[in-house]
Design a protein. Structure first.
Length: 239
């Protein structure tokens, strides 16, 4: 019932259909796709289970909502994967996009909450995290392979102070260290990943050194990072 209703509403949503049919989507599209599906799932759960006074899920309700969450998560995962594949091709990066599995433990925790408000709002947050997790994994994979790339977190007007403190442009290493992929309940920040164009840098074993990593992360621009890498490689040969 719930899954059938999901697909009915999905097909009727013009913005979702426009995104679905868009050629060469990017992560601004995948962010929006996840947000819209999250809103749809939130709406369906509220319509299905509208009693917040005595909130208890029966076995049948639990199964139906879990199936809805899984179906929508798979749809977001697939679209985000397509967006990453499109970005890699446009950046001339011969690397397959990576899919990730959503957390079953997180889903179980979500279904165990004690109120309709927490379940419906938490569902949207959970589904947006499916999108964000794939972006993070691909950004870090490309950084390890030596590609220059940037991760951008954008806020909405009148966002909270915590989100405002995380807004900005980062290398994948910086993004992970600062925790910019995190979301609070109801968060509408977008997280984009921009692969670099062109060939990858020459990266040697010295990249594994922690101090070298810190210096490269601190470098402000692509040219500075490349120059620093070449200088360190020459010094490494001399040693």
């Amino acid at each position: 019932m719930l899954v059938e209703r999901f697909w009915e509403e999905y097909e009727k949503n013009e913005e979702l259909q426009a995104l679905k049919n868009k050629q060469n989507p990017d992560h601004s599209d995948s962010n929006r796709y996840a947000e819209l599906i999250g809103e749809l799932v939130k709406k369906l759960i509220r319509e299905y289970k509208n009693d917040d006074e005595d909130f208890t899920l029966s076995d049948e309700e639990y199964k139906k909502i879990k199936e809805l969450e899984r179906t929508s998560a798979k749809e977001i995962k697939y679209y985000t994967y397509l967006a990453q594949e499109s970005l890699n091709k446009r950046a001339d990066i011969n690397m397959k996009a990576v899919k990730t599995r959503y957390s079953e433990n997180r889903l179980k925790g979500l279904l165990a909450v004690g109120s309709l408000a927490l379940l419906s709002t938490g569902s949207k947050n959970f589904l947006q995290s499916v999108n964000t997790d794939i972006i993070q994994v691909n950004a870090e994979k490309q950084a390890k392979a030596g590609f220059n790339a940037k991760v951008v977190r954008r806020t909405e007007p009148n966002c909270c102070s915590w989100c405002a403190s995380l807004a900005g442009t980062y290398t994948p290493e910086e993004a992970k260290a600062k925790g910019i992929y995190a979301r609070h309940e109801g968060c509408v920040c977008t997280i984009d990943f921009y692969p670099s164009k062109g060939k990858r840098q020459r990266i040697s074993n010295y990249m594994k050194d922690a101090k070298t990593q810190e210096k490269l992360v601190a470098a402000s621009g692509r040219e500075e990072r490349i120059a620093l890498a070449k200088e360190m490689e020459r010094n490494n040969r001399k040693e």
